[in-house]
Ligand binder design. Sequence first.
Ligand SMILES: Nc1ncnc2c1ncn2[C@@H]1O[C@H](COP(=O)(O)OP(=O)(O)O)[C@@H](O)[C@H]1O
Ligand SMILES: [Mg+2]
Length: 445
Amino acid sequence: MQGPGKTQRMGTAPGPRPQEEPRNLVSIRPPPRLGPGTMIGDKYRIECEIGRGGFGVVVRAIHLTLDQRVAIKVLTEGEGSTEAEWAEDAARFHREAKATAALRSEHVVRVLDVDVLESGYPYIVMEFLGGKTLHELTYGAPGPLKLEDAVDYAIQVLAALADAHGAGIVHRDLKPANVFLSTGFGGAPLVKVLDFGVSRMVGAGSQRLTRTGAIVGTLAYMAPEQMLDARRVDGRADLWSAAVVLYESLARAHPFNAHASGPAVVSSILSDPVAPLRERRPDLPSALEAAILRMLDKSPDRRFATAAEAAAALAPFASPRSRPVLDEIRRAPPPSGPAAPGFVSVRRAPNEPRPQGARTKPRAAKRASPMFGFLIAFVTSVIVLGLMAAFVFHVKPRYLSGVAPAVSLPSASLEVAPAASTLATPALPLPAQSPVDAGGVDEPP
Ligand SMILES: Nc1ncnc2c1ncn2[C@@H]1O[C@H](COP(=O)(O)OP(=O)(O)O)[C@@H](O)[C@H]1O
Ligand SMILES: [Mg+2]
Protein backbone atom coordinates (compact mmCIF):
# COMPACT_ATOMS: atom_id res chain seq x y z
CA MET A 1 0.00 0.00 0.00
CA GLN A 2 1.21 3.48 -0.75
CA GLY A 3 1.73 5.87 2.12
CA PRO A 4 -0.26 9.08 2.43
CA GLY A 5 2.62 11.14 1.06
CA LYS A 6 3.24 9.14 -2.10
CA THR A 7 2.26 10.30 -5.53
CA GLN A 8 -0.47 8.03 -6.87
CA ARG A 9 -2.29 7.56 -10.12
CA MET A 10 -6.00 6.91 -10.08
CA GLY A 11 -8.34 6.68 -13.07
CA THR A 12 -11.54 8.71 -12.89
CA ALA A 13 -13.61 5.81 -14.10
CA PRO A 14 -12.83 2.80 -11.91
CA GLY A 15 -13.68 -0.62 -13.29
CA PRO A 16 -12.20 -3.13 -15.72
CA ARG A 17 -9.85 -1.76 -18.35
CA PRO A 18 -11.33 -1.52 -21.82
CA GLN A 19 -10.62 -4.60 -23.93
CA GLU A 20 -8.90 -2.65 -26.67
CA GLU A 21 -6.09 -1.47 -24.39
CA PRO A 22 -3.40 -4.16 -24.63
CA ARG A 23 -1.38 -4.72 -21.47
CA ASN A 24 2.04 -4.58 -23.09
CA LEU A 25 3.92 -4.53 -19.85
CA VAL A 26 7.34 -2.98 -20.10
CA SER A 27 8.71 -4.41 -16.88
CA ILE A 28 11.14 -6.33 -19.12
CA ARG A 29 12.84 -3.00 -19.88
CA PRO A 30 16.03 -3.22 -17.85
CA PRO A 31 16.03 -0.73 -14.96
CA PRO A 32 18.37 2.22 -15.40
CA ARG A 33 21.84 1.88 -13.90
CA LEU A 34 22.03 4.61 -11.30
CA GLY A 35 24.72 3.36 -8.93
CA PRO A 36 27.45 5.64 -7.53
CA GLY A 37 30.08 6.52 -10.15
CA THR A 38 27.71 5.99 -13.12
CA MET A 39 27.81 8.76 -15.73
CA ILE A 40 24.63 10.45 -16.89
CA GLY A 41 25.15 11.96 -20.31
CA ASP A 42 28.81 12.94 -20.43
CA LYS A 43 28.47 15.69 -17.84
CA TYR A 44 27.12 14.26 -14.61
CA ARG A 45 28.60 11.59 -12.31
CA ILE A 46 26.24 10.01 -9.77
CA GLU A 47 27.27 10.18 -6.11
CA CYS A 48 24.30 8.48 -4.44
CA GLU A 49 20.55 7.93 -4.53
CA ILE A 50 18.59 10.42 -2.42
CA GLY A 51 15.02 9.29 -2.83
CA ARG A 52 12.31 7.52 -4.76
CA GLY A 53 8.87 8.86 -5.58
CA GLY A 54 5.81 7.95 -7.55
CA PHE A 55 7.45 8.48 -10.93
CA GLY A 56 11.16 8.19 -10.49
CA VAL A 57 14.42 7.99 -8.65
CA VAL A 58 16.31 11.08 -7.47
CA VAL A 59 20.09 10.90 -7.33
CA ARG A 60 22.74 13.35 -6.23
CA ALA A 61 25.42 13.92 -8.87
CA ILE A 62 28.34 16.17 -9.72
CA HIS A 63 28.37 18.38 -12.80
CA LEU A 64 31.94 17.58 -13.83
CA THR A 65 32.65 20.76 -15.82
CA LEU A 66 31.24 23.18 -13.25
CA ASP A 67 32.15 21.05 -10.23
CA GLN A 68 28.66 21.65 -8.84
CA ARG A 69 26.29 19.33 -7.04
CA VAL A 70 23.02 18.68 -8.82
CA ALA A 71 19.96 16.54 -8.16
CA ILE A 72 18.84 14.36 -11.06
CA LYS A 73 15.38 12.86 -11.24
CA VAL A 74 15.19 9.87 -13.58
CA LEU A 75 11.75 8.78 -14.69
CA THR A 76 11.40 5.03 -14.23
CA GLU A 77 8.21 3.36 -15.35
CA GLY A 78 5.73 2.24 -12.71
CA GLU A 79 5.32 -1.46 -12.02
CA GLY A 80 2.98 -2.95 -14.59
CA SER A 81 2.86 0.12 -16.83
CA THR A 82 1.83 -0.26 -20.43
CA GLU A 83 3.83 1.35 -23.20
CA ALA A 84 1.07 3.97 -23.44
CA GLU A 85 1.24 4.79 -19.74
CA TRP A 86 5.01 4.95 -19.88
CA ALA A 87 4.83 7.35 -22.79
CA GLU A 88 2.29 9.42 -20.85
CA ASP A 89 4.64 9.61 -17.87
CA ALA A 90 7.54 10.56 -20.14
CA ALA A 91 5.50 13.33 -21.75
CA ARG A 92 4.47 14.62 -18.34
CA PHE A 93 8.07 14.53 -17.20
CA HIS A 94 9.16 16.74 -20.08
CA ARG A 95 6.36 19.16 -19.31
CA GLU A 96 7.62 19.28 -15.72
CA ALA A 97 11.01 20.40 -16.92
CA LYS A 98 9.70 23.00 -19.35
CA ALA A 99 7.09 24.36 -16.97
CA THR A 100 9.45 24.68 -14.06
CA ALA A 101 12.28 26.17 -16.11
CA ALA A 102 9.99 29.02 -17.17
CA LEU A 103 9.29 30.12 -13.59
CA ARG A 104 11.41 32.81 -11.97
CA SER A 105 10.45 32.83 -8.27
CA GLU A 106 13.30 31.82 -5.94
CA HIS A 107 10.71 29.61 -4.23
CA VAL A 108 10.59 27.27 -7.20
CA VAL A 109 13.42 24.75 -7.61
CA ARG A 110 15.74 25.67 -10.54
CA VAL A 111 15.71 23.31 -13.50
CA LEU A 112 19.09 23.16 -15.23
CA ASP A 113 18.74 20.51 -17.91
CA VAL A 114 16.50 17.81 -19.32
CA ASP A 115 17.48 14.87 -21.51
CA VAL A 116 17.08 11.13 -22.10
CA LEU A 117 19.43 8.33 -20.96
CA GLU A 118 20.81 5.96 -23.61
CA SER A 119 18.52 3.34 -22.11
CA GLY A 120 15.53 5.55 -22.96
CA TYR A 121 14.68 6.90 -19.51
CA PRO A 122 14.18 10.68 -19.43
CA TYR A 123 15.84 12.71 -16.69
CA ILE A 124 15.73 16.22 -15.32
CA VAL A 125 18.65 18.01 -13.71
CA MET A 126 17.85 20.42 -10.85
CA GLU A 127 19.79 22.50 -8.40
CA PHE A 128 20.70 20.29 -5.46
CA LEU A 129 18.98 21.45 -2.30
CA GLY A 130 20.53 21.02 1.09
CA GLY A 131 18.09 20.91 3.99
CA LYS A 132 14.91 19.03 4.78
CA THR A 133 11.48 18.60 3.36
CA LEU A 134 8.63 20.13 5.35
CA HIS A 135 7.47 16.58 6.04
CA GLU A 136 10.79 15.73 7.70
CA LEU A 137 10.80 19.02 9.59
CA THR A 138 7.21 18.65 10.85
CA TYR A 139 7.51 15.08 12.08
CA GLY A 140 11.26 14.97 12.82
CA ALA A 141 11.39 17.84 15.33
CA PRO A 142 10.74 17.17 19.03
CA GLY A 143 7.85 19.68 19.16
CA PRO A 144 5.46 21.40 16.78
CA LEU A 145 6.67 24.23 14.55
CA LYS A 146 6.39 27.80 15.82
CA LEU A 147 3.22 29.39 14.53
CA GLU A 148 5.10 32.25 12.84
CA ASP A 149 7.51 29.86 11.13
CA ALA A 150 4.73 27.65 9.77
CA VAL A 151 2.96 30.73 8.36
CA ASP A 152 6.22 32.07 6.87
CA TYR A 153 6.77 28.77 5.06
CA ALA A 154 3.18 28.76 3.81
CA ILE A 155 3.62 32.28 2.43
CA GLN A 156 6.75 31.19 0.54
CA VAL A 157 4.81 28.25 -0.88
CA LEU A 158 2.11 30.73 -1.98
CA ALA A 159 4.82 32.84 -3.67
CA ALA A 160 5.83 29.80 -5.77
CA LEU A 161 2.15 29.17 -6.59
CA ALA A 162 1.53 32.84 -7.48
CA ASP A 163 4.41 32.65 -9.99
CA ALA A 164 3.20 29.34 -11.43
CA HIS A 165 -0.46 30.37 -11.59
CA GLY A 166 0.51 33.62 -13.35
CA ALA A 167 2.18 31.44 -16.00
CA GLY A 168 -0.92 29.24 -16.33
CA ILE A 169 0.59 26.31 -14.42
CA VAL A 170 -1.26 24.37 -11.72
CA HIS A 171 1.04 22.27 -9.50
CA ARG A 172 -1.48 19.51 -8.64
CA ASP A 173 0.82 17.57 -6.32
CA LEU A 174 1.69 19.96 -3.54
CA LYS A 175 2.49 18.11 -0.30
CA PRO A 176 5.02 18.48 2.56
CA ALA A 177 7.47 16.14 0.74
CA ASN A 178 7.49 18.57 -2.19
CA VAL A 179 8.21 21.60 0.02
CA PHE A 180 11.92 21.83 0.67
CA LEU A 181 13.35 23.97 3.42
CA SER A 182 16.87 25.15 2.66
CA THR A 183 18.78 28.30 3.55
CA GLY A 184 18.99 31.45 1.50
CA PHE A 185 22.02 33.64 0.78
CA GLY A 186 21.82 35.46 4.14
CA GLY A 187 21.11 32.27 6.11
CA ALA A 188 17.34 32.86 6.36
CA PRO A 189 15.06 29.85 5.79
CA LEU A 190 14.26 29.54 2.12
CA VAL A 191 11.35 27.40 0.98
CA LYS A 192 11.54 25.82 -2.48
CA VAL A 193 8.65 23.99 -4.08
CA LEU A 194 9.63 20.83 -5.96
CA ASP A 195 7.91 18.73 -8.56
CA PHE A 196 5.81 20.69 -10.92
CA GLY A 197 5.79 17.24 -12.58
CA VAL A 198 2.10 16.78 -12.76
CA SER A 199 1.33 20.33 -13.68
CA ARG A 200 -0.01 21.01 -17.13
CA MET A 201 1.01 23.70 -19.53
CA VAL A 202 -1.48 25.22 -21.91
CA GLY A 203 -0.99 23.58 -25.29
CA ALA A 204 -1.33 20.51 -27.39
CA GLY A 205 0.88 18.42 -25.14
CA SER A 206 -1.80 18.27 -22.48
CA GLN A 207 -4.62 17.06 -24.72
CA ARG A 208 -4.36 13.35 -23.96
CA LEU A 209 -4.31 13.88 -20.20
CA THR A 210 -7.28 16.21 -20.50
CA ARG A 211 -9.27 13.65 -22.46
CA THR A 212 -8.59 10.72 -20.17
CA GLY A 213 -9.02 12.83 -17.01
CA ALA A 214 -6.44 10.65 -15.26
CA ILE A 215 -5.84 11.74 -11.69
CA VAL A 216 -2.22 12.19 -10.83
CA GLY A 217 -1.21 13.46 -7.46
CA THR A 218 -1.14 12.53 -3.82
CA LEU A 219 -4.57 11.64 -2.50
CA ALA A 220 -4.16 12.99 1.03
CA TYR A 221 -3.37 16.49 -0.29
CA MET A 222 -5.73 16.49 -3.25
CA ALA A 223 -8.65 18.91 -3.46
CA PRO A 224 -12.13 17.32 -3.71
CA GLU A 225 -12.72 18.62 -7.23
CA GLN A 226 -9.39 17.13 -8.37
CA MET A 227 -10.46 13.72 -7.05
CA LEU A 228 -13.79 13.93 -8.82
CA ASP A 229 -12.50 15.16 -12.16
CA ALA A 230 -8.91 16.16 -12.84
CA ARG A 231 -10.15 18.31 -15.74
CA ARG A 232 -12.02 20.56 -13.31
CA VAL A 233 -8.87 21.79 -11.62
CA ASP A 234 -7.64 25.37 -11.53
CA GLY A 235 -5.21 27.19 -9.22
CA ARG A 236 -7.66 26.96 -6.31
CA ALA A 237 -6.91 23.21 -6.05
CA ASP A 238 -3.33 24.17 -5.16
CA LEU A 239 -4.66 26.57 -2.48
CA TRP A 240 -6.47 23.60 -0.94
CA SER A 241 -3.23 21.53 -0.92
CA ALA A 242 -1.26 24.49 0.50
CA ALA A 243 -3.80 24.69 3.33
CA VAL A 244 -3.48 20.96 4.10
CA VAL A 245 0.30 21.44 4.21
CA LEU A 246 -0.04 24.44 6.55
CA TYR A 247 -2.58 22.69 8.77
CA GLU A 248 -0.30 19.68 9.05
CA SER A 249 2.78 21.74 9.84
CA LEU A 250 0.85 23.49 12.66
CA ALA A 251 -0.97 20.47 14.09
CA ARG A 252 1.37 17.60 13.19
CA ALA A 253 -1.78 15.86 12.06
CA HIS A 254 -3.79 15.77 8.88
CA PRO A 255 -7.13 17.64 8.67
CA PHE A 256 -8.86 14.51 7.37
CA ASN A 257 -8.50 10.79 7.85
CA ALA A 258 -5.33 10.65 5.77
CA HIS A 259 -3.90 7.47 7.18
CA ALA A 260 -6.78 5.36 5.97
CA SER A 261 -6.22 3.46 2.72
CA GLY A 262 -6.96 5.10 -0.67
CA PRO A 263 -10.78 5.05 -0.98
CA ALA A 264 -11.31 5.97 2.72
CA VAL A 265 -9.07 9.05 2.30
CA VAL A 266 -11.09 10.02 -0.73
CA SER A 267 -14.41 9.66 1.09
CA SER A 268 -13.10 11.53 4.15
CA ILE A 269 -11.85 14.46 2.07
CA LEU A 270 -15.05 14.54 0.03
CA SER A 271 -17.48 14.45 2.94
CA ASP A 272 -15.91 14.95 6.39
CA PRO A 273 -15.54 18.36 8.01
CA VAL A 274 -12.03 19.59 8.84
CA ALA A 275 -10.87 18.32 12.25
CA PRO A 276 -10.93 21.43 14.52
CA LEU A 277 -7.45 22.92 14.30
CA ARG A 278 -7.66 24.96 17.50
CA GLU A 279 -8.31 21.83 19.53
CA ARG A 280 -4.96 20.54 18.31
CA ARG A 281 -3.23 23.90 18.43
CA PRO A 282 -4.90 26.08 21.11
CA ASP A 283 -2.47 29.02 20.64
CA LEU A 284 -3.83 29.57 17.12
CA PRO A 285 -5.69 32.89 16.56
CA SER A 286 -9.24 32.28 15.36
CA ALA A 287 -8.69 34.54 12.29
CA LEU A 288 -5.81 32.30 11.19
CA GLU A 289 -7.97 29.21 11.62
CA ALA A 290 -10.71 30.95 9.61
CA ALA A 291 -8.26 31.68 6.76
CA ILE A 292 -7.12 28.03 6.69
CA LEU A 293 -10.73 26.81 6.76
CA ARG A 294 -11.57 29.08 3.85
CA MET A 295 -8.74 27.52 1.82
CA LEU A 296 -10.16 24.12 2.81
CA ASP A 297 -13.70 24.82 1.67
CA LYS A 298 -14.93 21.87 -0.38
CA SER A 299 -16.25 24.30 -2.98
CA PRO A 300 -13.45 26.07 -4.89
CA ASP A 301 -15.82 29.03 -5.41
CA ARG A 302 -15.81 29.73 -1.68
CA ARG A 303 -12.02 29.52 -1.33
CA PHE A 304 -9.74 32.48 -1.91
CA ALA A 305 -9.60 33.03 -5.64
CA THR A 306 -5.83 33.51 -5.84
CA ALA A 307 -2.61 32.74 -3.99
CA ALA A 308 -2.24 36.50 -3.43
CA GLU A 309 -5.60 36.66 -1.61
CA ALA A 310 -4.66 33.67 0.56
CA ALA A 311 -1.26 35.21 1.35
CA ALA A 312 -2.92 38.51 2.35
CA ALA A 313 -5.15 36.60 4.80
CA LEU A 314 -2.13 34.84 6.35
CA ALA A 315 0.07 37.97 6.40
CA PRO A 316 -1.00 39.27 9.87
CA PHE A 317 0.37 36.06 11.42
CA ALA A 318 3.71 36.01 9.59
CA SER A 319 7.05 37.31 10.85
CA PRO A 320 8.59 40.52 9.42
CA ARG A 321 10.84 38.19 7.35
CA SER A 322 7.85 37.53 5.11
CA ARG A 323 7.48 41.17 4.01
CA PRO A 324 9.61 40.92 0.83
CA VAL A 325 7.88 37.64 -0.05
CA LEU A 326 4.46 39.28 0.34
CA ASP A 327 5.68 42.12 -1.93
CA GLU A 328 6.78 39.53 -4.51
CA ILE A 329 3.33 37.92 -4.38
CA ARG A 330 1.60 41.28 -4.79
CA ARG A 331 3.69 42.01 -7.89
CA ALA A 332 2.99 38.61 -9.50
CA PRO A 333 0.66 38.64 -12.52
CA PRO A 334 -2.86 37.34 -11.86
CA PRO A 335 -3.57 33.66 -12.55
CA SER A 336 -3.98 32.92 -16.24
CA GLY A 337 -5.06 30.05 -18.49
CA PRO A 338 -5.82 26.80 -16.65
CA ALA A 339 -4.75 28.34 -13.32
CA ALA A 340 -7.34 31.15 -13.52
CA PRO A 341 -10.36 30.64 -11.24
CA GLY A 342 -13.24 29.24 -13.24
CA PHE A 343 -11.16 28.57 -16.36
CA VAL A 344 -12.71 25.12 -16.64
CA SER A 345 -16.16 26.67 -17.09
CA VAL A 346 -15.27 27.82 -20.60
CA ARG A 347 -14.30 24.29 -21.55
CA ARG A 348 -17.37 22.62 -20.19
CA ALA A 349 -19.12 20.05 -22.33
CA PRO A 350 -22.26 21.08 -24.23
CA ASN A 351 -25.35 21.13 -21.93
CA GLU A 352 -23.10 21.00 -18.85
CA PRO A 353 -24.28 23.55 -16.25
CA ARG A 354 -21.90 26.44 -15.59
CA PRO A 355 -20.38 26.30 -12.10
CA GLN A 356 -21.59 29.11 -9.84
CA GLY A 357 -19.37 32.14 -9.70
CA ALA A 358 -17.20 30.90 -12.54
CA ARG A 359 -15.92 33.32 -15.10
CA THR A 360 -17.46 32.88 -18.50
CA LYS A 361 -14.47 34.01 -20.49
CA PRO A 362 -10.80 33.20 -20.18
CA ARG A 363 -8.61 36.17 -19.29
CA ALA A 364 -7.23 36.34 -22.85
CA ALA A 365 -10.75 36.83 -24.20
CA LYS A 366 -11.34 39.59 -21.66
CA ARG A 367 -8.18 41.34 -22.74
CA ALA A 368 -9.28 41.12 -26.37
CA SER A 369 -12.65 42.77 -25.71
CA PRO A 370 -11.60 46.48 -26.03
CA MET A 371 -10.24 45.74 -29.52
CA PHE A 372 -13.42 43.89 -30.38
CA GLY A 373 -15.53 46.82 -29.10
CA PHE A 374 -13.50 49.26 -31.21
CA LEU A 375 -14.07 47.11 -34.30
CA ILE A 376 -17.83 46.99 -33.68
CA ALA A 377 -17.93 50.79 -33.16
CA PHE A 378 -15.93 51.37 -36.36
CA VAL A 379 -18.11 49.12 -38.50
CA THR A 380 -21.29 50.69 -37.06
CA SER A 381 -20.01 54.22 -37.79
CA VAL A 382 -19.17 53.28 -41.39
CA ILE A 383 -22.68 51.86 -41.91
CA VAL A 384 -24.38 54.91 -40.32
CA LEU A 385 -22.28 57.35 -42.37
CA GLY A 386 -23.01 55.37 -45.52
CA LEU A 387 -26.77 55.50 -44.86
CA MET A 388 -26.61 59.22 -44.13
CA ALA A 389 -24.70 59.86 -47.35
CA ALA A 390 -27.20 57.75 -49.31
CA PHE A 391 -30.05 59.72 -47.80
CA VAL A 392 -28.56 63.13 -48.46
CA PHE A 393 -27.36 62.48 -52.01
CA HIS A 394 -29.84 60.01 -53.28
CA VAL A 395 -33.04 59.50 -51.34
CA LYS A 396 -33.78 63.03 -50.15
CA PRO A 397 -33.82 64.58 -53.67
CA ARG A 398 -36.32 61.91 -54.67
CA TYR A 399 -38.68 62.79 -51.87
CA LEU A 400 -38.42 66.39 -52.91
CA SER A 401 -39.19 65.50 -56.53
CA GLY A 402 -42.10 63.28 -55.51
CA VAL A 403 -40.53 60.10 -56.93
CA ALA A 404 -40.75 57.06 -54.68
CA PRO A 405 -37.18 56.07 -53.79
CA ALA A 406 -38.11 52.39 -53.63
CA VAL A 407 -38.55 52.23 -57.41
CA SER A 408 -35.78 54.60 -58.42
CA LEU A 409 -32.68 53.48 -60.27
CA PRO A 410 -29.40 55.36 -60.54
CA SER A 411 -30.10 56.30 -64.16
CA ALA A 412 -33.57 57.55 -63.16
CA SER A 413 -31.93 59.71 -60.54
CA LEU A 414 -29.97 61.49 -63.25
CA GLU A 415 -33.07 61.95 -65.33
CA VAL A 416 -35.13 63.56 -62.58
CA ALA A 417 -32.34 65.74 -61.30
CA PRO A 418 -33.14 68.85 -63.36
CA ALA A 419 -36.74 68.71 -62.23
CA ALA A 420 -35.57 68.44 -58.64
CA SER A 421 -33.35 71.48 -59.08
CA THR A 422 -36.34 73.56 -59.92
CA LEU A 423 -37.98 72.73 -56.62
CA ALA A 424 -34.89 72.59 -54.53
CA THR A 425 -34.26 74.85 -51.62
CA PRO A 426 -31.03 76.85 -51.93
CA ALA A 427 -29.42 74.60 -49.31
CA LEU A 428 -29.59 71.62 -51.61
CA PRO A 429 -26.71 71.01 -54.03
CA LEU A 430 -27.77 71.26 -57.62
CA PRO A 431 -27.22 67.82 -59.10
CA ALA A 432 -27.22 69.17 -62.67
CA GLN A 433 -24.05 71.14 -61.91
CA SER A 434 -22.19 68.32 -60.30
CA PRO A 435 -19.45 66.54 -62.32
CA VAL A 436 -21.40 63.26 -62.33
CA ASP A 437 -24.14 64.99 -64.21
CA ALA A 438 -21.82 66.47 -66.79
CA GLY A 439 -23.09 64.13 -69.48
CA GLY A 440 -26.58 65.64 -69.17
CA VAL A 441 -25.33 69.23 -69.06
CA ASP A 442 -23.02 68.74 -72.03
CA GLU A 443 -25.88 67.55 -74.20
CA PRO A 444 -26.62 70.00 -76.92
CA PRO A 445 -29.71 72.05 -76.11
N1 LIG B 1 16.45 19.12 -6.02
C1 LIG B 1 16.51 18.28 -4.99
N2 LIG B 1 17.48 18.41 -4.05
C2 LIG B 1 17.53 17.55 -3.01
N3 LIG B 1 16.66 16.54 -2.80
C3 LIG B 1 15.67 16.36 -3.69
C4 LIG B 1 15.54 17.22 -4.82
N4 LIG B 1 14.47 16.80 -5.53
C5 LIG B 1 13.94 15.76 -4.86
N5 LIG B 1 14.64 15.48 -3.75
C6 LIG B 1 14.33 14.42 -2.78
O1 LIG B 1 14.10 13.21 -3.48
C7 LIG B 1 13.05 12.48 -2.86
C8 LIG B 1 12.13 11.86 -3.90
O2 LIG B 1 11.49 12.89 -4.60
P1 LIG B 1 10.30 12.63 -5.63
O3 LIG B 1 10.72 11.63 -6.62
O4 LIG B 1 9.90 13.95 -6.13
O5 LIG B 1 9.13 12.02 -4.73
P2 LIG B 1 7.56 12.21 -4.86
O6 LIG B 1 7.12 11.67 -6.19
O7 LIG B 1 6.99 11.46 -3.71
O8 LIG B 1 7.31 13.67 -4.78
C9 LIG B 1 12.31 13.45 -1.96
O9 LIG B 1 12.41 12.97 -0.65
C10 LIG B 1 13.04 14.74 -2.08
O10 LIG B 1 13.35 15.24 -0.81
MG1 LIG C 1 8.62 15.09 -5.13
